[in-house]
Design a protein around this ligand. Structure first.
Ligand code: GTP
Length: 292
């Protein structure tokens, strides 16, 4: 994994890079500071500290090196408490991608399409963000790069649900594996947004079940972004999270905070603007990157 992707590892690198080899009060202070800096949030930071302290005492650990291993294990175990696998068993499997403006929905769809084609999946994407012509064109560019089919609105402002319907219909007619629907991200009234998503879902479900509703969150916005996305979490039937822009984020702790607050699994992680910059979420790898 590219080094740039893990700027948030800095917080812990400062704690464990040099200094005392035996655990002192200062070590604990440093870890607490690192947990807060990395945006775990005060409650989760406290509970992690408590868990690590308990383990350190039980095993009579005195070396910083061992403490680091325990911290990594505690983080991994907590990150792994949710199932990160995408459920794409239905044929076609329909994925709805939702989230507020500019978080990276369209980019994620481009990367995800490209990723899935590597497993020989036949994909179609639907541009159900019909109000912004630029959004449709952006998705079309990604579809071309990924080599997948696209359904675009016939005219600007066409009912998003009808584009979603046509996309899934084509997936069925052409025996494709996966239909991914891009939705509008504009923050309108909560009611309006949820009505639109509810309608898209109902219309799709006339043809096929919705396999995944992925909520995209911009990791650089931290807890703020989560507050903005609350309406989706409450009303959109979200099945998993995509965290984007982790490459630019020093807030690695947000990854755990977001899972524990929402009780939703992180299923994909975006770490750059390139077509290859998307991976699944692997707690073991992530914990090792957080505490290098
Ligand atoms: N660094 C970085 N940039 C990203 C990542 N994902 C998306 N972006 C950038 O974020 C910006 C917004 O991405 P879009 O995909 O247009 O976001 P959107 O949610 O579809 O936006 P709307 O259509 O306006 O709702 C673009 O400049 C992307 O290149 C990522 O993982 N890392």
């Amino acid at each position: 994994m590219a080094e740039k992707a893990w700027s948030f590892a800095r917080a812990f690198r400062n704690v464990f890079g040099g200094g005392s080899e035996t655990i002192t009060d200062e070590t604990w202070d440093d870890i607490e500071t690192a947990l807060i800096t990395a945006d775990f949030g005060p409650e989760i930071a406290d509970s992690i500290l408590e868990e690590v302290r308990g383990s350190v005492e039980r095993h009579r650990v005195s070396e910083v090196k061992e403490l680091k291993r325990i911290l990594r294990e505690v983080l991994e175990e907590r990150l792994a408490a949710f199932d990160p696998t995408l459920k794409l068993i239905d044929r076609p499997a329909v994925i709805l991608v939702v989230g507020v403006n500019g978080v990276g929905k369209t980019t994620t769809i481009g990367k995800l399409s490209n990723y899935l084609t590597r497993f020989d999946k036949k994909i179609i994407v639907g541009a159900a963000d019909t109000f912004r012509a630029a959004a449709v064109e952006q998705l079309a560019t990604w579809a071309e790069r990924a080599g997948v089919a696209i359904v675009k609105p016939q005219q600007q402002g066409q009912d998003p649900a009808s584009v979603a319907f046509q996309t899934v219909q084509r997936a069925i007619d052409e025996e494709l594996d996966i239909a991914i629907i891009d939705t509008a991200g504009r923050l309108q009234t909560k009611g309006g947004l949820m009505d639109e998503l509810g309608k898209i879902r109902r219309v799709i479900e006339k043809l096929a079940p919705v396999s995944e509703v992925l909520l995209v969150l911009d990791a650089t916005t931290g807890q703020n972004g989560l507050a903005q996305a609350q309406a989706f979490i409450e009303h959109a039937g979200v099945t998993g999270l995509v965290l984007t822009k982790l490459d630019g984020s020093a807030k690695g702790g947000f990854v755990l905070a977001v899972q524990e607050h929402t009780k939703l699994p992180i299923k994909l992680v975006g770490q750059g603007e390139g077509i290859g910059d998307l991976t699944g979420f692997t707690p073991h790898v992530f914990a090792a990157q957080l505490v290098p």
